[in-house]
Design a protein around this ligand. Structure first.
Ligand SMILES: Nc1ncnc2c1ncn2[C@@H]1O[C@H](COP(=O)(O)OP(=O)(O)OP(=O)(O)O)[C@@H](O)[C@H]1O
Ligand SMILES: O=P(O)(O)OC[C@H]1O[C@H](OP(=O)(O)OP(=O)(O)O)[C@H](O)[C@@H]1O
Ligand SMILES: [Mg+2]
Length: 285
């Protein structure tokens, strides 16, 4: 049987979450340290461990069929691949930053500046869209140090918590791109490869959906049951079971976590008690 070849980051920010996602999809594999290639034992998948920068090219060339990589890398490398599914991890933004003490009012302040970045393609597109001419200095890492050593006046780099910028005396002034890990695929997969990819995607979507939702159980006085049920959407409708104590029911429902925090007060006001919120492992609707 044909196998689908997936490229994931060998080490770095996306490695652990990529492995975790595959495992949550029920895919077993031996991913020992320093392994460059492995095979799943219970799914037709071969896994290559690569530098993230190389993944778009390998997927375009068909050396790998699919890959997991940041959207920032996909756009920077500008390879012809299909971006199939956002994966909800590796969330960060590509931002312009300047020294803390520098006055900054708008992107026009970037005119004629020297900007250090590892993302010259994305930065160039952003600058030209804003009619700015600047000198782009491409460096491959430790970008935040550039203003401090006189290499540039500004930088364009990835930010998540902002602590690297802070530690280097910089402030974020513009978001150029929002990014997260994405599943990419070669554009000419065979019918058999597409079949395996669809199977994997089905599992990924079930795992993603489960992460955003919670199983909620609560006790409700029967007198207020209708009101409590109206607050809880459920997958189809909530499950209602009688409690041993007369006049009370147990109500079970599935809720988006954000919605839960919005309705908790109303649930309590309607007499709900003993509210439990439980994680869901997989969710298929
Ligand atoms: N601070 C961050 N928070 C969240 N995600 C991030 C952060 N920094 C980077 N990422 C995402 O993780 C990806 C990989 O980041 P990492 O720093 O591991 O890359 P790298 O050093 O280029 O690794 P490699 O050795 O594979 O070339 C980035 O392209 C981006 O999509
Ligand atoms: O806003 P923060 O939470 O501080 O994250 C931002 C930092 O994270 C990334 O580097 P990483 O730590 O992955 O190291 P690297 O430069 O060696 O890739 C990125 O290049 C920034 O330097
Ligand atoms: Mg890299």
């Amino acid at each position: 049987m044909q196998k689908l070849r997936i490229a994931i980051q060998k080490s770095g920010r996306l490695h652990d979450d990529s492995i975790k996602l595959l495992k949550e999809c029920g895919i077993d594999m031996n991913n020992g340290v320093n392994k460059l290639k492995t095979e799943a034992s219970n799914f037709p998948l071969e896994v290559f461990f690569l530098r993230d920068d190389d993944i778009p090219q390998y997927v375009e060339d068909g050396v790998a069929d699919i890959g997991i990589v940041g959207e920032n890398v996909v756009l920077e490398k500008a390879r012809t691949v299909d971006a199939i599914e956002k994966l909800g991890f590796g969330k960060c933004r590509l931002s312009l930053a300047v020294p803390k003490g520098m006055e900054y009012t708008s992107v026009k302040d970037m005119q004629n500046m020297r900007i250090a970045t590892s993302y010259p393609v994305i930065l160039e597109q952003f600058l030209s869209k804003n009619n700015i001419t600047a000198e782009i200095h491409e460096i491959s890492g430790s970008v935040e140090i550039a203003p401090g050593i006189g290499l540039a006046e500004a930088i364009c780099d990835l930010v998540s918590s902002g602590s690297t910028l802070f530690m280097n005396g910089l402030k974020e002034v513009e978001t150029v791109l929002k990014s997260e890990a994405v599943l990419i695929a070669n554009k000419s997969l065979t019918a058999e490869q597409i079949q395996i990819l669809d199977k994997l995607l089905f599992r990924i979507k079930a795992v993603k959906k489960a992460k955003n939702n919670k199983y909620v159980l609560l006790n409700a006085p029967n007198d207020n049951l209708a009101q409590i049920i109206s607050l809880l959407p459920g997958m189809k409708s909530p499950t209602v079971l009688p409690l041993a104590e007369a006049g009370w029911s147990s109500v079970h429902s599935v809720l988006n976590e954000n919605d839960f925090w919005d309705i908790i007060e109303s649930l309590k006001a309607a007499g709900a008690q003993g509210i439990l919120v439980v994680p869901i492992e997989k969710m298929v609707i």
